[in-house]
Design a protein around this ligand. Structure first.
Ligand SMILES: [Zn+2]
Length: 387
């Protein structure tokens, strides 16, 4: 590398660090800023991208530690962590914590960044102990608890996650209310699996207190009621989805079908599916309604007419598969064999279809996740009506 250029970049970098330090001293009452408020200038990253790792290593070793350069050290460590070079970022933060001037004025910020390094390295125990320490600080409490929740979510410690989230002011934070409601739902699902209906009911009531629009609470409450053979009450509970989020009505269809079968009431099933179809048409509702029409009418003709009419407008794989199923009894033995083959092909295509999508990051998948596996947001994955 050209020596003049290298020196020039060092001078520019120190200049930016000095300017940033000066600006912060002018504008901040407190010495340290909360992490969400702090943004490293993009210029740092463009600058670092221009150099290879050994050059940046030499640079950081020769860079003095003082109030004017501390942000440059932190920015460089952050850059290394983003690139996956966790050992380097950890080493910079540990070294800063051993420096008296950095420690006396930026201790909490550096500790927070070090804990983030530990998280990135998968050292959750170490990260947890640092975040717990920071959660006692008024200024860092919110950010530290947010990271602690990420750790407890990763470890599926839902009870600990709920208790820790409750130290935050939930009234001001709708996102955390939704998050805590899901922690209660996770625990309620565990209780349902071990047939502890009393505990499940208690947890679902608690979840509703945090998020009264939770579709997950309604679906789980309906399951709970069905375990108690309260079929009509379960159907009433599922009706709440109409107000909460009609897109999720499709998730209620298997429960509706089971409840109506237990009630031996195919007409009720038909009426409910027709209502859902009117409120929120979808591929899966179309198929369920066609099969319900066939069962209620006692023959397939009406259901075939319904599907042919809808497939013109919404040509979906599920709809075509249902149509073939209804046509099967009318076919001769040889065409029946062809229909079976085509249905097999459609089944394998349907297995690959993406019925759910995250409204936050665009993640798409075959199954419903209450927490997006990609962006980790809660309640952002929705059913795709025409998948
Ligand atoms: Zn997402």
């Amino acid at each position: 590398m050209d020596l003049v250029l290298e020196w020039l970049v060092i001078v520019v970098a120190i200049g930016i660090g000095w300017w940033l330090g000066r600006l912060q001293r002018k504008t901040q009452v407190h010495v340290e800023a909360a992490p969400r408020k702090h943004r490293y200038p993009k210029a740092f990253h463009y600058l670092f991208d221009a150099y290879d790792s050994p050059t940046l290593d030499s640079f950081i070793q020769t860079l003095p530690v003082n109030r004017d350069t501390i942000h440059l050290h932190l920015a460089l460590a952050n850059y290394f962590r983003r690139k996956g070079e966790i050992e380097k970022s950890t080493s910079i933060h540990q070294s800063l914590l051993s420096h008296p001037e950095a420690k006396s004025t930026f201790s909490d910020r550096i500790t927070f960044e070090l804990a983030q390094d530990y998280m990135a390295a998968g050292l959750y125990d170490r990260a947890e102990s640092l975040f717990l320490e920071l959660s006692l600080s008024r200024e860092w409490k919110e950010s530290a608890v947010d990271r602690l929740l990420e750790i407890y979510e990763h470890e599926k410690d839902w009870g600990i996650a709920r208790d820790k989230a409750l130290v935050l002011d939930l009234k001001r934070n709708r996102k955390t209310q939704v998050r805590v409601a899901h922690y209660c739902c996770e625990m309620a699902e565990r209780a349902l699996r071990r047939q502890d209906l009393g505990e499940a009911r208690h947890l679902l009531k608690e979840a509703l207190g945090y998020d009264r629009y939770s579709v997950r609470v309604s679906l789980l409450t309906a399951r709970l009621l069905m375990l108690q053979e309260a079929w009509d009450e379960a159907l009433t509970e599922l009706k709440r989805l109409e107000q909460q989020d009609a897109l999720f009505l499709v998730e209620a269809i298997p429960l509706i079908q089971e409840a109506c079968a237990k009630l031996s009431d195919p007409q009720k099933r038909l009426r409910i599916l027709q209502r859902i179809w009117g409120l929120q048409p979808s591929s899966r509702t179309m198929v369920a309604l066609a099969l319900a029409i066939a069962e209620a009418s006692g023959n397939n003709n009406e259901a075939i007419e319904f599907l042919l009419g809808q497939l013109d407008e919404h040509p979906t794989l599920g709809g075509v598969r249902a149509l073939l199923t209804l046509l099967m009894p009318f076919a001769e033995s040889e065409p029946q064999r062809w229909i079976q083959i085509i249905k097999g092909v459609l089944d394998s295509l349907l297995e690959k279809s993406q019925a759910y999508c995250c409204t936050q990051c665009g993640f798409a998948g075959r199954h419903l996740h209450w927490q997006c596996p990609s962006c980790k947001s809660w309640s952002t994955i929705k059913p795709v009506p025409w998948s």
